[in-house]
Ligand binder design. Structure first.
Ligand code: ARG
Length: 464
């Protein structure tokens, strides 16, 4: 293929407008697929040889040439010009420059439609394992912080109103299990992507007798796609990956929100390390939680990638259409954004300082009201009635400006005759926590069991 001549130029009398060339090109971003594209081509050349399409000497030439192209492109000296269109064309063109017309045999029985699909599946495999590694690292940091702060008590919230006391380890481990499911979703996406599309050709299947199963195992796939039309049309695996990344971001974003609130002067529950905070250009006193704000902000960007690809795919008639070239940027961007966000969040979490005294001091003992209601239930009162009795006690305490623990037994009993002397031992944080040793609860024994479960899950490497 002489330079400047397109692989498909035979059908054309005129040349492509420069504007169209620029618009059509994906090489500016799909060059990220270079490695996997060449790996796929090497395997394809071998498969063609096994099918008797290429002579042994030809395969050797092609494989050697592809390795040379890989080295040149990886060295960063190669000029990825837009008129090359995409990474597939660029590799083939350079190969042919290097080894001559035999390079033109590589694309036998293959289309860029099954080729790009293959590349994306191979790339996704690596992407999912990179993101999984980052998530696992965050889980390890979360478990370590849970262990270190297993007895730190703080208010638990619903509606951002104080609800019931919890321990920090319980809070931290709630993130651990979310991440465990996130890793499971990534593993699912990878498992469904784990099929070889090559052999599908442009859409109807190739006419050459390539052993697809052998090719699949050579490229490390669990199997082959069952339907060539489906194979070249399928971008589900990218959507699943981006969706999984979007859910990761949603989880992190909620924790960012908590930590941002907690790092305010009003809460003062935590302080971010200088390494993960920034200052104000004007106000000298400021220490801003920009790391966490950016993770929260970038969540919107990953959602955008998901919506972008879902929308791109929804109107495309089967099978391939060029719209699908728009799949790569959201995919790459979701991967890169999620990866760095997980890493930054991990750094911020690992280096933040907890202020247990501020957490404890923030707890209003009206957060023990449920325990009082449960106490009355144990003494035989229907829960609804107990709720009312304690609700009116809380109202009175608010009006009196008093803590629940400041009331005497006589005052409790004057409020309701059902109170016994043992109520006095209930009104402290230790008693409240100790009552919540139910599996999954915030009681000390339950949290220790949960810590052991988390450690075991981490060691087993299994994802939920
Ligand atoms: N650059 C193209 C893409 O990313 C490769 C596939 C082109 N196929 C085609 N029939 N024009 O989608």
């Amino acid at each position: 293929m002489p330079e400047g001549t397109k692989a498909w130029s035979g059908r054309f009398a005129g040349s492509t407008a420069a504007l169209m060339e620029r618009f059509n090109a994906s090489i500016g971003f799909d060059r990220k697929l270079m490695d996997v594209d060449i790996a796929g081509s090497v395997a394809w050349a071998r498969a063609l040889a096994r099918a008797g399409v290429l002579a042994p000497a030809e395969v050797d030439l092609i494989v050697g040439g592809l390795e040379q192209v890989r080295r040149e492109m990886a060295a960063g000296t190669y000029d990825f010009r837009p008129e090359l269109e995409d990474i597939h064309m660029a590799v083939e063109q350079r190969l042919t420059q290097l080894i001559g017309p035999v390079g033109g045999k590589l694309h036998t029985g293959r289309s860029r439609n099954d080729q790009v699909n293959l590349d994306e599946r191979l790339f996704l495999r690596r992407a999912a394992s990179e993101l999984d590694r980052a998530l696992r690292q965050l889980q390890a940091v979360v478990v370590a912080s849970a262990q270190a702060h297993v007895a730190v008590v703080l208010p638990g919230y619903t509606h951002l109103q104080q609800a019931q006391p919890i321990v920090f380890a319980h809070y931290a481990l709630s993130l651990f299990w979310m991440l465990q499911r996130d890793r499971g979703r990534l593993a699912d996406a990878s498992a469904r992507a784990d099929r070889l599309p090559l052999g599908s050709g442009a859409l109807a299947g190739t006419t050459f007798a390539v052993d697809r199963d052998a090719l699949a195992s050579e490229l490390g796939f669990a199997g082959i796609t069952e339907n060539s039309l489906d194979a070249v049309s399928d971008r589900d695996f990218l959507l699943e990956f981006i969706a999984a990344a979007a859910i990761v971001m949603m989880h992190l974003s909620r924790f960012c929100e908590d930590l941002i609130i907690w790092s305010s002067a009003e809460f003062g529950f935590i302080e971010l390390a200088d390494a993960f905070a920034t200052g104000s250009s004007m106000m000298p006193q400021k220490k801003n939680p920009d790391s966490l704000e950016l993770v929260r902000g970038k969540t919107g960007r990953v959602y955008g990638s998901l919506m972008s690809l879902l929308t791109t795919m929804k109107g495309i008639p089967l099978t391939y259409a060029k719209d699908m070239q728009e799949d790569k940027e959201p995919f790459f961007d979701a991967l890169e954004t999620a990866l760095i966000s997980v890493e930054v969040f991990t750094g911020a979490w690992e280096t933040m300082t907890l202020r247990p005294e501020r957490m404890a001091a923030a707890i209003d003992d009206k957060a023990l009201a449920t325990d009082l209601a449960d106490y009355l239930v144990r003494r035989g009162m229907p829960f609804r009635e107990a709720h009312r009795v304690i609700g009116s006690l809380v109202r009175r305490a608010i009006a009196d400006g008093r803590a629940l623990a400041s009331y005497s037994l006589a005052e409790f009993q004057a409020h309701d005759a059902a109170f016994g002397a043992d109520v006095m031992s209930l009104l402290n944080l230790e008693a409240s926590l100790a009552q919540r040793n139910i599996a999954g609860g915030t009681g000390p024994d339950a949290v220790n069991r949960q810590l052991a479960q988390a450690r075991a899950a981490l060691a087993a490497g299994t994802a939920g």
